[in-house]
Design a protein around this ligand. Structure first.
Ligand code: M6R
Length: 598
């Protein structure tokens, strides 16, 4: 992942630091900048959060009109200052997002040529290679192109060269990159959201297009030298997003879900979904990673149950390497909040190569996945800042639910009156969600108890198994409590061996057709002394005695929308448990919001 940014403008450090703040979701192990100041490249780096770098810079202010910056998610080498970017060799400084797979061979070669390396990163070979070719009297453009010809892997680069002319170069292969021409400067970044207000016009370069930015112009160099850059409007030129009165972005995003779903339930995008001919589809395959994959899992149950469509789901990193069987009239859907997840993007390219019809479900319009799929539907969750995905998940589910309604209509698998009921349930959704959120203090009591354990087992049944999995993922991500989720029926096939007084079991047990089955699973856990936590219907309490810090009561919820509502208590539980344990819920350790490396 990592975020890169560059600016050629007066006081270029300001847009770079502001942009780094917006890119911190990509990694926060370390950060750094290089700036051309008084005909010299000055590089300042700091370990840890961006604030550490800002503090260093406040003690040592520097001015200059050409600057690059980086925020790191460590792949090669520990998260320390030496491994922080930019990496410099002579008059060349580079920020890199991606992975150079053949860096070891290149490093050995460069060392034989007398180069000395400081870091253990893969990225440091890049400035060394460029410097090597510059020393052979190549032009700046030629030296960069020669260098990148040697690289295997993925990269988006910002290259600052201190030469006769002051230039900043940008180039990418497989990793996201955006260029922007403003009224007061020229900019490059990993993500359009990182660009400041002076960036109304943007351009997404193609792989290996070398772009030169300087105070006079932005120019396509090399093979595409005579091509004009065709800019588009920057939809992401947004104001700074604040967390308002909430303790964290994650908390704000959890409570925002009611309004988002109100908007989605009144906005009639169904017309848009009717562009898909569900009637003729033989199969839908849904591909995603992490939380988005659990949304796919719930979607599968809806498409199958209400529209009788065969649905296969897969994790993107598996799909692209497993020779999937593709059939006629198959639609492959790619779900991604960021639209930049490397594995999902690679899986999309794989499916397109196999001539599949592809559809993207994304939160970030203009993202790589949105741009490359045949069709794109937005989920309209608005920028999600918390690394742990919450509102994007419920909005993904909402769009899938609407698509399933459209599919049910077209395929006439269920009666018209049932289709109408599904739509009615959807209208009720935000109001039921509001009731659940109003009970958040009950969840704080449960979190207080759960925070005493190091492990937890989450159980659900049917579509709610995916919600148990999503709940376990949320808890792991931000509280670092180890949690695993199972379809409750699987308990006795193995995980039951783990149960004793140290292994709490959390069960999602709302009133539905599977409640009785779940009751047996709950009793099996109780018989093994496992501490129980139930999120469910009050009728459960007639069978099992539970304290108030063990039970979260769900209101009556129509079965079709249960997955969308049941995830709310899981999100709250993870949030409060992590807060009780004093964790940083917005920026959990080792994670990044957008996973742009394989
Ligand atoms: O942007 P994407 O939806 O493609 O991201 C996929 C996963 O990386 C993401 O959902 C991750 O699992 C989140 N941290 C979950 O909270």
């Amino acid at each position: 992942m990592c975020g890169i940014i560059g600016a050629v403008a007066e006081s270029a450090i300001n847009p770079v630091l502001e942009g780094l703040g917006k890119l911190e979701y990509r990694g926060y192990d370390s950060s750094g900048i290089s700036i051309l100041s008084n005909n010299e490249i000055q590089t300042i780096k700091a370990q840890g959060k961006l604030n550490n770098l800002k503090q260093r810079l406040s003690m040592q202010p520097i001015e200059g009109d050409c600057c690059i910056g980086h925020t790191r998610w460590a792949t090669h080498g520990k998260a320390n200052v030496t491994n922080a970017h930019p990496h410099q060799c002579g008059q060349v400084s580079v920020v890199h997002n991606g992975i150079i797979e053949n860096y070891l061979q290149l490093k050995q070669q460069l060392m034989q040529w007398g180069h000395h390396f400081n870091s253990s990163t893969d990225s440091e070979v890049i400035p060394h290679l460029i410097n090597h070719y510059l020393a052979q009297q190549m032009s700046q453009e030629e030296a960069i192109e020669q260098a990148i010809n040697q690289l295997k892997g993925s990269y988006a680069l910002g290259v600052l060269i201190n030469g006769a002319s002051k230039n900043l170069y940008a180039i990418k292969q497989g990793s996201p990159l955006v260029i922007s021409e403003g009224n007061n400067g020229a900019y490059m970044a990993s993500d359009a959201m990182a660009l400041g207000p002076d960036s109304g016009k943007i351009y997404y370069p193609k792989d290996n297009e070398l772009i030169k930015l300087n105070t006079n112009e932005i120019k396509l160099c090399s093979g595409s030298a005579n091509k004009k850059i065709h800019y588009i409007n920057n939809k992401h030129c947004v104001k700074v997003i604040s967390k308002g009165d909430y303790s964290s972005f994650m908390e704000k995003e959890i409570f925002e879900q009611v309004d988002l779903l109100k908007r989605l339930s009144v906005n009639n995008h169904t017309g848009e979904y009717s562009t898909i001919n569900f009637k003729n589809l033989n199969k839908i395959t849904i591909i995603a990673c992490g939380t988005s994959y659990y949304a796919a899992s719930v979607a599968k149950s809806w498409f199958e149950k209400y529209a009788n469509i065969l649905v296969e789901i897969d994790i993107a990193s598996e799909y692209r390497y497993r020779s999937p069987i593709i059939i006629d009239n198959e639609l492959v859907i790619f779900v991604s909040q960021s639209g930049e997840t490397a594995d999902t993007l690679a899986a999309l390219r794989y499916a397109k190569n196999k001539n599949c019809q592809t559809l993207a479900l994304v939160n970030v319009a203009n993202s790589s996945i949105a741009r490359e799929a045949n069709f794109t539907f937005e989920i309209f969750a608005g920028p999600e800042i918390g690394v742990a995905s919450t509102k994007a998940f419920t909005c993904q589910l909402a769009i899938f639910y609407k698509m399933a309604i459209e599919a049910a209509k077209q395929r006439a698998f269920i009666k018209n009156v049932e289709v109408k009921q599904l739509a009615l349930n959807f209208m009720k959704l935000p109001y039921i969600m509001e009731t659940v959120l109003q009970r958040c203090t009950d969840m704080k009591k449960i979190a207080k108890k759960l925070a005493n354990y190091s492990n937890a087992l989450f159980l659900g049944r049917g579509a709610l198994t995916a919600i148990a999995q999503e709940g376990a993922l949320k808890l792991k991500e931000i509280s670092y409590i180890h949690a695993e989720a199972y379809a409750a029926g699987e308990l006795k096939h193995g995980p039951i061996a783990l149960l004793d007084e140290h292994m709490p079991v959390l069960v999602i047990a709302p009133k539905n057709t599977l409640t009785d089955k779940l009751l047996s699973n709950i009793q099996e856990a109780q018989a093994r002394n496992a501490p129980l936590f139930i999120i469910g219907d009050s009728s459960i309490k007639q069978h099992i005695s539970l304290q108030e810090n063990e039970f979260f009561e769900l209101p009556e919820i129509p079965e079709s929308i249960l997955p969308i509502i049941s995830v709310i208590p899981m999100q709250l539980l993870a949030l409060y448990t992590a807060q009780i344990l004093g964790k940083n819920v917005d920026q959990p350790r080792n994670l990044a919001k957008s996973v742009t490396v394989e």
